[in-house]
Design a protein around this ligand. Structure first.
Ligand code: NAD
Length: 491
């Protein structure tokens, strides 16, 4: 919950005039060419790494204040992830910046070609509250590596982290090109009125539509990192203990389910459900003890609004009568115990809205293959998980499920693999980032073709003749024989 210091802290009024001034200042910096240089990008990434390394304690305190996030989760899921991402960018920056050779063809012979990654210009990063350090800083790493000026707008729902980011960016980063604007809907609306060269938004689909509509006015490209209901299909030929441990850890051990890639619901067969439920209960007891509301190893719900949103999902009698574990809540501490609901009605809110919290429905089906049909009847999720040992089922799942990512026999871990793109598809998002994909998300891929003055084929110029047409057709078809015929045959 917000401390007295945060409540007292009120960022200076940020209106249209302030936003215009900010953009003007950052454009002036970009126009000097400073942010394009390797040296500037490297120095800013180094500063950023130093900023995180020297502030680990403050970061953990801010995350505890905003979410009661356990220190281990703060370190592993936010601090360590940022450090890895920043170190990778520093290591690979020169490679990423190098133009990429492209092949040419007979139609442009003789020529050479390359793809040059150029910065987009001044970019806006709007981030969400659940991983407020990671989701703010990680896109900024990509924006800097690609040579852009950047404005970060952290989430007002995590005020301690927002305040800390504003302070740290002010102290460590080049403020003529990298700024933090704190604020809520009003400030974000003012920012969105401006013409940016890219908007990178993390959050829910409703606001994503507001962001995209604002971007459309200026033809600004967007990356939209959204969420959805990420399903877990559990077969019966698995290592049950390992499966239950991984699901419990990916659900409640990731910010108490307030993670975009947390398992949203489980699907398993009617026959196997009792064994799986017993094992999930067993693991929950081992992790969080008899009274999980008192456990220090589990985050709280971020705000009273989200607490009300989550308890509303259980208010439906048809759902509450299906609770087989948990259901306890404590409004004063914003805590909800890990809760499992067996077979809630398909038309209930809990089965239709992203849960984003500690509630886990289990849906039972007759045959495991029916799970694929069930998942495909819903919006495309950010992640889809499968636990099985069957090769055929794995293949079927990978080729038939459209999702931002698919993970077999684990949950959430794909986001630690920075050689994989991280992003959604359909309702779960547009675009991707992490590792080199972050650099690409903030770069324009400029096509460059080089030619000399030798070998200027007269066939492309008027007056057009049937012979020239034959030659060009052969050239563009890549037919060596046709070219010989056109040159040495009848004209
Ligand atoms: P949030 O409430 O922090 O909102 C996100 C940002 O949008 C904030 O900076 C906020 O100030 C801004 N915003 C809110 N209303 C706005 C409006 N009307 N106009 C302009 N800006 C506005 O976060 P949230 O939306 O509650 O985040 C949770 C959602 O984000 C979930 O759906 C989750 O799955 C998704 N998410 C996705 C990822 C990912 O990487 N794909 C990561 C985290 C969260």
């Amino acid at each position: 919950m917000a401390t007295e210091e945060q409540v007292k802290h009120s960022p200076a009024v940020f209106d249209t005039e302030a936003a215009e001034g900010l953009l003007k200042e950052l454009r002036a910096t970009v126009n000097t060419g400073k942010t394009k240089s390797y040296e500037w990008r490297q120095s800013q990434l180094k500063n950023l790494l130093k900023m995180i390394e020297s502030s680990e304690k403050q970061i953990c305190e801010a995350l505890f204040s905003d979410l009661s996030k356990p220190e281990l989760e703060s370190f592993v899921h936010e601090i360590a992830m940022i450090k890895t991402s920043c170190k990778l960018a520093l290591k690979k920056l020169k490679d990423w910046m190098k133009p990429e050779k492209a092949s040419t063809n007979l139609g442009t012979f003789p020529s050479s070609a390359e793809i040059v990654s150029e910065p987009l210009g001044v970019v806006l990063v709007i981030s969400a509250w659940n991983y407020p350090i990671l989701l703010s800083v990680d896109p900024v790493i990509g924006a800097i590596a690609a040579g852009n000026a950047v404005v970060l707008k952290p989430s007002e729902i995590s005020p301690a982290t927002s305040l800390l980011l504003a302070k740290l960016f002010g102290e460590f980063m080049d403020n003529s090109a990298i700024k933090v604007v704190e604020g809520a809907v009003r400030e974000t609306t003012v920012l969105l009125e401006q013409k940016w060269d890219k908007i990178f938004y993390t959050g829910n689909g409703r606001v994503a539509r507001v962001v995209m509509a604002a971007a459309a006015k200026h033809l600004t490209p967007v990356s939209l990192e959204l969420g959805g209901k990420s399903p877990v299909l559990v077969d019966s030929d698995i290592d049950l203990t390992v499966t239950a441990r991984r699901i419990v850890s990916g659900k409640w051990g990731c910010n108490n389910g307030q993670a975009c890639v947390s398992p949203d619901y489980i699907i398993t067969t009617k026959d196997y459900a009792p064994a799986l439920i017993d094992s999930l209960k067993d693991q929950l007891f081992k992790f969080y003890g008899e009274d999980p509301l008192k456990s220090k190893d589990i985050s709280r719900v971020v705000s009273s609004n989200h607490f009300a949103r989550l308890t509303k999902l259980l208010d439906d009698d048809r759902v509450s009568e299906k609770i087989i574990l948990g259901g306890l809540t404590d409004k004063s501490s914003l805590k909800i115990a890990p809760t499992i609901v067996l077979d809630p009605p398909e038309d209930s809110l809990i089965m239709n809205e992203e849960i984003f919290g500690p509630l886990l429905p289990i849906v039972t089906i007759e045959k495991i293959e029916d799970g694929i049909e069930f998942i495909n009847s819903k919006a495309k999720p950010l992640a889809a998980y499968l636990f099985t040992n069957k090769k055929q089922l794995k293949e079927k799942f990978v080729s038939n499920i459209s999702a931002g990512a698919v993970v077999i026999n684990d949950v959430t871990l794909h986001l630690m693999v920075n050689t994989l793109p991280f992003g959604g598809v359909g309702e779960s998002g547009i675009g991707a980032y992490h590792g080199k994909f972050s650099f690409d998300a903030f770069s324009h891929k400029k096509a460059v073709l080089y030619r000399g003055f030798f070998g200027d084929a007269p066939a492309r110029y008027p007056p057009y003749t049937p012979g020239k047409l034959r030659l060009l057709k052969a050239l563009l078809d890549g037919s060596i024989l046709g070219i010989f015929r056109a040159i040495f045959g009848r004209s």
